[in-house]
Design a binder for this molecule. Sequence first.
Ligand SMILES: [Zn+2]
Ligand SMILES: [Zn+2]
Ligand SMILES: [Zn+2]
Ligand SMILES: [Zn+2]
Length: 282
Amino acid sequence: MDGGTSSKRRVGAPGEGQSSCKRQNATMGMDTLDCPVCFHPLRPPIYQCSVGHFVCSSCRPKLVRNKCHLCSAETTFKRCLGMERLMESVTVACSNANYGCAQKLTYYQREEHEDACPSAPCFCPASSCSFAGPIDALLEHSASQHKWPCTTIKYSEDVKFCLEPGLHFLRIKDREIFLLNVALEPFGHAISVVCIQPKATNSKFKCRMSYGSFLTDYYQISVYKIRSSSLSDGLPKGYNLILPKDEIANNGKVTLLTFSIDDPNPKVKVREPICLKPVRGV
Ligand SMILES: [Zn+2]
Ligand SMILES: [Zn+2]
Ligand SMILES: [Zn+2]
Ligand SMILES: [Zn+2]
C-alpha cells in the first residue's frame, strides 16, 4: 500500500467516492481484495449478496438464478459502496519499481498498467550476465559491457550483414528492437531473430532473410514470423535460417546475409494476388 502521510488534513469525514488524505502504510492479505469467483481484483461497481459476500460486476450476471456463490442463498445483489471506496483508496507500487517505475496505482489498475509499463525489464542474453532493465537500459548495457553492435534500420529496407557469428541488435527508429543471432554450429551457420519486448505477444512482424553465393551456386531465402521475448530464458532455442557448412563461400567471412522486416502497418496495402480459375469447356 502507499506509504507516507500527506501534510494536508481534511476537515470532517470525506463523502462517498472521495478519498481521504490521511494515508498510512499497512499490510493486508491482498487476496481479500479479489473477486472470489474470477480471482481478479474487485473494481467498481462491486456487488454483494444479502449476507455481504462480494462479487465483481462481470461475474454477477453469470451466477445461476442469482444464487450467491458462497452462501448459495437466492438473493438480490446490491452495490457495496463501502467496498468500492476501499478499492479506490488502496494504492500499490508497480512491480517494476526496482527498474525505475514510480507509478502508484489502485490495486485493480496495477495489472493493466504493468502490461504496458515502459520500465518492465528485458534481460541480457549473455548466459553469464544477470543484467535486467528497461529496453533502453539493456541497449546501453549491451553496447558498454558486451560491445554488441546496434544498427538502426527501417521497415521493408534490405540490410546486408557479414555472416559472422555473434549478436547484433537492430532498432527500428524509436520503435521495436530486434536481436539477430548468428551461431556457428557443426553443420553450418544457424541464424535467428527475436523481437525484444517485456511481454511476449503474438507476432506481428514478418522477416525475410536470404543468402546467395555465385561461388557455390547456392541460394536460400527464408520468410517467417518473428517471435517476441524478454530474453528471460536466454536466446531463442530454434533457428530461422540454416546455411549448410559446405555452401558458405570463404567460410562466411566476407559473405553477406540480406535481411529485412516487413512494415506491420504498411501505408500502401499490398494487393492480394489475383487467382486465375481454369475455364471449363475451352
Ligand atoms: Zn469476478
Ligand atoms: Zn452470500
Ligand atoms: Zn510501471
Ligand atoms: Zn550483460
